[in-house]
Design a protein around this ligand. Structure first.
Ligand SMILES: [Zn+2]
Length: 200
């Protein structure tokens, strides 16, 4: 989005300005020179994509003088989840444009669905990250409640579980120093049939 707003995307018009190419015509609609706002907003193929997206974006259809104006309008009018979808959609439109010389030109529906799918994946990975940091925080709190070892002495906690069906033992160990710093962890799976007492 930043590159589109600053008009530094490698569009045909920008490459023409740098004398890299001679043709600037949009390779999709072949109507006008290819500039950022045309690729990401005005081109007929692009309008088809946005028309499948959120209603607030559909209402702001029409020509805009720059992508910065379009983006400013989106920031002002869209809800956060709609804005996330718009960012992802614009990224996929640009990605699709880069494939225009190949045969893989996605249908508008599949592009919006892909944007929504990517957002879900991103949100899930963020939730997993938050859960991990919550768990770390919890283990720190647990540590504070437990008795600390003396200076220069380390504390080792371990546990063992047995998967009888698979005939495996899993041994986990964690070492802390006297300041509560995590020194190291170990997870050691073994193929062994035994009871929990022997495993520990
Ligand atoms: Zn076009």
């Amino acid at each position: 989005m930043w590159k589109a707003c600053k008009d530094v995307l490698p569009t045909l018009s920008n490459m023409w300005k740098r004398k890299i190419i001679k043709e600037v015509e949009c390779p999709i609609c072949k109507r006008v020179p290819e500039i950022a706002e045309h690729v990401l907003w005005d081109c007929d193929a692009t309008k088809d994509v946005w028309s499948q997206g959120c209603k607030r974006n559909q209402k702001m259809s029409g020509h805009r003088s720059s992508f910065l104006e379009i983006w400013s309008h989106m920031i002002k009018n869209l809800q956060q989840d709609e804005l996330d979808e718009a960012v992802m959609t614009a990224g996929l439109i640009w990605f699709r444009r880069n494939l225009i010389h190949g045969k893989d030109f996605s249908h508008p529906d599949s592009l919006i669905n892909k944007a929504r799918e990517e957002i879900q994946i991103f949100k899930h990975s963020q939730e997993r990250q938050h859960k991990k940091s919550d768990a770390n925080e919890e283990s720190c709190c647990l540590w504070k409640k437990k008795k600390k070892p003396h200076e220069g002495i380390y504390k080792l906690n371990w546990d063992a579980t047995i998967d009888r069906a698979a005939g495996k033992i899993s041994i986990g160990a964690i070492i802390w120093d006297s300041y509560g710093n995590l020194i190291g962890t170990l997870i050691a799976p073994h193929s062994l049939s035994a009871n929990p007492f022997i495993a520990e």
